[in-house]
Design a protein around this ligand. Structure first.
Ligand SMILES: CC(C)(COP(=O)(O)OP(=O)(O)OC[C@H]1O[C@@H](n2cnc3c(N)ncnc32)[C@H](O)[C@@H]1OP(=O)(O)O)[C@@H](O)C(=O)NCCC(=O)NCCS
Length: 180
């Protein structure tokens, strides 16, 4: 299994694996409640320090090592080489049955980089790479009131599945699916 391309280039961006030198930028975004409160279930715990950022990067790399159909890429702007956020493909596990075999795609940006179309551009390229690697379906799953993220999903052309019980995270989510 070859997995998802390591380096993906778009018009304005490079998607590439995180490395140790990204720790400061990872800390900057992962310590912001206004970002992390959309990414997972509570409690939302802002990242504390650079050591935690380094561990986060190690975990991200380890996950892909365990399953190359997963990927988490730093989104770097070509012109400035600033890392503006991240985009991922991650394996999901159903809460009820423990079934593993579905994957989601997701994204986050540093608030200093909202409003330039970077998330949509990165997610479109990541999805294309994921389908190229053999994925047949990607789920997009979000809090029902995450309007900026729903707008990204719609711009990608994802099919809206609606709001309902979330089989992977629990509670209620707004869900989309993206097909090749
Ligand atoms: C979700 C999130 C990534 C969306 O960020 P975003 O900047 O709105 O999304 P994009 O990068 O696709 O940018 C789109 C915006 O850039 C604008 N834009 C400006 N220049 C642009 C360009 N050259 N090309 C495309 N769009 C451009 C678009 O008009 C749009 O603005 P609008 O929403 O006012 O219409 C961001 O809000 C975020 O990180 N939130 C916290 C984490 C999160 O919720 N993640 C998702 C969990 S499910």
């Amino acid at each position: 299994m070859t997995g998802i391309a390591e380096r993906i280039e778009t018009e304005r961006l490079v998607l590439r694996p995180y490395g140790p030198s990204d720790a400061e930028r990872v800390l900057d975004v992962q310590s912001r409640l206004e970002v992390i409160r959309w990414l997972d279930n509570p409690p939302y715990t802002p990242m504390a320090d650079l050591e935690a950022a380094r561990q986060w990067i190690d975990r991200v790399l380890q996950r892909e090592h365990e399953d190359p159909m997963q990927a988490h890429r730093a989104i770097e702007v070509r012109d400035t080489q600033v890392v503006v956020g991240g985009v991922l493909v991650a394996r999901l596990e159903r809460i009820d049955s423990g079934f593993v075999g579905e994957y989601e795609t997701g994204w986050h940006l540093n608030p200093d980089s909202f409003g330039h179309g970077y998330a949509t551009e990165a997610a479109a390229a990541m999805a294309q790479a994921a389908f190229g690697a053999g994925h047949e379906r990607l789920v997009i799953d979000m809090y029902p009131d995450n309007a900026p993220s729903a707008a990204v999903a719609r711009r990608l052309g994802a099919k809206e599945l609606g709001e309902g019980p979330d089989p992977w995270y629990g509670d209620t989510s707004l869900m989309f699916e993206l097909l090749p």
